[in-house]
Every structure is written in C-alpha cells, then in structure tokens.
Design a protein around this ligand. Structure first.
Ligand code: C5J
Length: 219
C-alpha cells in the first residue's frame, strides 16, 4: 500500500500500522479551556475535528489499532517538574484551577478528549506527563506487543506534542506519517515549519500527506 506523500510515497504496512491521536483534549481545543485562557485562537484547532474524526473512522473500519494520548499530570503533580510548572509566567499554571478544572490534571473535565474524537472500547489511552508520548509511558512496549512498525500521526499541537512524539518514534525505529489536515497549531507558520522540518532531507523525521491520500491508498 503506497500513500502519495511528501517527500515521496509512504509504504504502509497493513498489518502493522497504528493511528496515534495526540492530545485532542478539551483544554487545548474548546473555548473556555486552557489554550483559550492563554490567549490562543482555539478555532484553528477546532477546524481539524472533522478530519481527525474521519481518520479515526478509517482506522476503526479497518480494525487497525488506535492510540490516544492526553497531556496530563497526577493530582499531586509529582510527575510535573518545577521547570515545566513554572514555565511561561502566565496567570494560569499546570495544577491551577482553570475554566474547566485543574489545568492538565488527570480526571479534570478539561483534561478529557473532546467528544467527537473520544476513544471507544479497545482503544489505548496514554496519559503522558511530557510533550512526547514515550516519556514516562509504556506506549513503546504496547506498540511492540501489537506488532506495530508504522505510525500515522494526528492531533495537536503540530510543533509541540505531535512533532516531539513523531521525532522520538522515528528514533525508536517506527516509520511515521503525519496527516497534515488532521494536525494543527495555534500559530500557522509553526505548523508549516514543522512540516518542512519533518520532510526535509529526504524525510529526516518522516512523511506528510493529507487524509485523502491515505484514504485512496487503503481504499
Ligand atoms: C502544548 C501540546 N502545546 N499538546 N501541548 O503544550 O502540544
């Protein structure tokens, strides 16, 4: 199965491909959440919901594995280094009470995945305290146990949690494809730059393609 992609076609392994949906959480995407409180235009992120939902539908129809991540911390913040908690100097910090509960804390309303992309039975949900999906998680072992060799990425934000996860997945030997209309940034030029960085030098981090190309390839 060949997906038309940048910088050249991505060869997908039907029995070994999983979808990774990064941090489609209320706090990053919904008005009144953390991202909104920080002054970001969340409508940019909201706009990709139908594409992410379409990608989820494709993997569910194929019966291929789906992994969802949430950027989240324990309620006692023992997994949140002070360097992360204190960063930014904004009025709201990780663990503070925000518009949708405590910011980036597990179990709080804002920490949940938005309804349109919510996990269904049998899908893996990874709570990750870092930007990347491997730091302090067991996702690598779980992917290996499933026989996964190829990862398709979606979610937010492109240049932060998506790119960090994809770079490390590439280092760990996974073949990685980012679906460009199923990922977004609060800053359009950061998304464009991330895509350029991923695909430069012959795909130094991986491949990028629109959902339509993946749909055409897998039928
Ligand atoms: C950020 C994320 N941007 N999920 N988190 O802090 O990209």
């Amino acid at each position: 199965m060949e997906v038309e992609a940048k910088p050249y076609p991505f060869v997908l392994a039907p029995g070994g491909t999983a979808l990774v949906v990064i941090d489609m959480q209320r706090d990053f995407i919904e008005p009144g959440g953390f991202g909104d409180a920080l002054g970001n235009d969340v409508s940019r992120l909201e706009a990709i919901i139908p594409t992410v939902a379409g990608l989820l539908a494709l993997f569910r129809q194929k019966g291929w594995p789906v992994i969802h991540t949430r950027e989240s911390h324990r309620p006692d913040l023992s997994d949140c280094p002070p360097a992360k908690r204190l960063r930014g100097g904004g009025t709201l910090r990780i663990g503070d009470a925000g518009p949708m509960g405590r910011i980036l804390v597990r179990g709080e309303p804002g920490n949940a995945i938005i309804e349109a992309c919510a996990p269904v039975a049998g899908e893996i949900v990874i709570d990750k305290p870092g930007k990347g999906m491997f730091w302090h998680t067991d996702v690598h072992e779980r992917l290996k146990a499933l026989g996964v060799t190829h990862l398709v990425f979606a979610g937010v934000t492109t240049e932060v949690c998506v790119q960090t996860s994809m770079r490390e997945a590439n280092d760990r030997g996974f073949e990685c494809l980012l679906i460009e209309d199923a990922t977004e940034s609060y800053f359009p030029h950061f998304k464009d730059s991330a895509i350029e960085m991923i695909t430069a030098q012959g795909g130094i981090v991986g491949w990028v393609a629109p959902l339509a190309s993946l749909e055409r390839a897998v039928g």
